[in-house]
Design a protein around this ligand. Structure first.
Ligand code: ZN
Length: 182
């Protein structure tokens, strides 16, 4: 198992536009495996490559409840890999969901997004895929595709709320570093 470092706000890497993946090869599949390991370890339900400092249009999602303590956690895993995903339809109906992000640790906020989306992507075998998603999968996919465009869930909030959340993350990290020195 190989874990990658997850980049946190306000690192400018998170604001980069990710570039399309050109070739689905073993090197990419290795990266996908490391991203899944990193996501399960965090634990989280979605991770975009740019969050581990690889600005390519690639993301992984697994909506199974993260239960890293469970012995059979691996048995219930249901990983989804999206390469070069494009959202091609967004419903007018919107829904709000309490979102968090591995790059914005321990902070959550209600974000309103289109309820249903349709997407196209390439899977880890290089096959072109298309699907329609609702519920948590729709929320997660939109959140992760935002990452590929340098957009974070806090960008959907007021400027005041956004600045407050980033300040809290920076302060928490500084406190943790101080504690480590003592
Ligand atoms: Zn995120």
């Amino acid at each position: 198992m190989s874990l990658m470092e997850i980049i946190e706000v306000p690192d400018p890497i998170l604001r980069q536009q990710s570039q399309p993946v050109e070739d689905v090869n073993d090197e990419l599949r290795g990266l996908i495996k490391n991203m899944l390991d990193t996501m399960y370890d965090a634990p989280g339900i979605g991770l975009a490559a740019v969050q581990v400092a690889v600005p390519r249009r690639l993301l992984v999602i697994d909506l199974q409840e993260p239960e890293s303590e469970e012995e059979d956690a691996e048995a219930v895993r249901d990983p989804h890999v999206f390469i070069n995903p494009e959202i091609v339809y967004r419903s007018d109906a919107r829904k709000s969901y309490n979102e968090g992000c591995l790059s914005i640790p321990d902070q959550y906020a209600e974000v309103e997004r289109p309820d249903i989306v349709r997407a196209t992507w390439i899977d880890e075998n290089g096959q072109r895929r298309e699907g329609e998603f609702g519920g948590l999968m729709s929320v997660c996919l939109q959140h992760e595709v935002d990452h590929l465009n340098g957009v974070l869930f806090i960008d959907h909030l007021s400027r005041l709320k956004r600045d407050m959340i980033v300040k809290k993350v920076v302060k928490a990290r500084r406190d943790k570093e101080k504690a480590a020195i003592l």
